[in-house]
Design a protein around this ligand. Structure first.
Ligand SMILES: [Cu+2]
Length: 266
């Protein structure tokens, strides 16, 4: 009886070992057959729907007294400007329109694939990044230009996507980057010129926009439905709003950020 038990144990261990090897081979695709990857569905070239979210973002509050940027740390940058240059942290026009707000659909989208967004191009010009806020889709290529004849470096502070830090001497005019995962807006900065900042968010869909100088935005091509949109601003945070879209129509959404206590007297 004891002998039989030993025999069984001796038989079972190699069998279990084989099972583990077989299952690892299957999962890792290390067998003779090539792994069957599902073919990626091509993104549609037509919009998924005929409805649009449009509107404007406003800032309700006192305007902070912003000091002009001091570019004396690099006289070559200072020499590029004849007028004072102000930081982009709160860019408000005479009608209280707030620029550089990222507005995006935050839930309830139909399943993809989605049409592709126009990928952004970020330029370094006059020792500033233009635009100051942008969105991109997962897998799209971000093109960063250097219109200055100066050394900049493009240093992403992304936490979900792999961060990058690429030196761009004046002779290097173009660099490209791509992103593997969705990520809320993160800062990209230049370590040579500490006042240089741009913000990038990565989406798995194209339903985002950045407000223009008058605070307006437009997100077209959506199917009818009820959505939540979010508006993100680098200093004022994130606000949410619901919106219901009817086929072929534009729903107007006006959003207003209140003055944060920390902004008083800035
Ligand atoms: Cu720089």
């Amino acid at each position: 009886m004891t002998h039989l038990k030993h025999s069984l144990r001796g038989f079972l261990i190699p069998v279990l070992g084989l099972l583990v090897v077989a299952s690892a081979g299957c999962g890792g695709g290390a067998g003779n057959d090539p792994p069957q990857e599902p073919a990626a569905e091509a993104p549609p070239t037509e919009p998924l729907g005929s409805s649009t979210i449009a509107g404007a973002v406003r800032y309700d509050g006192d305007l902070p007294r912003l000091q002009p940027l001091n570019m004396d740390a690099d006289p070559a940058c200072a020499a590029k400007h004849t007028e004072p240059v102000f930081p982009e942290i709160l860019d408000v026009d005479e009608q209280a329109g707030l620029a550089n707000v990222l507005v995006y659909v935050a839930d309830n989208l139909p399943p993809g694939p989605y049409p592709l967004a126009e990928p952004p191009v970020i330029d370094q010009v006059g020792c500033r990044y233009t635009p100051h806020v942008a969105g991109i889709m997962v897998g799209q290529e971000l093109l960063v230009l250097n219109s200055d004849e100066l050394l900049h470096n493009v240093h992403s502070l992304s936490e979900i996507n792999a961060p990058f830090n690429r030196a761009m001497p004046g002779a290097i005019k173009r660099a490209t980057f791509s992103f593997t995962d969705e990520e809320p807006a993160f800062r990209i900065k230049c370590d040579v010129h500490p006042w240089m900042s741009t913000y990038l968010a990565v989406f798995d869909h194209p339903y985002f926009a950045v407000t223009g100088p008058d605070g307006s935005f437009e997100i077209p091509g959506l199917p009818a439905g009820t959505y939540t949109i979010e508006a993100w601003h680098e200093r004022l945070g994130t606000m949410r709003s619901g919106v219901t879209l009817l086929d072929g129509l534009t729903a107007m959404v006006d959003l207003a950020f209140a003055q944060p206590e920390s902004a008083e007297g800035q």
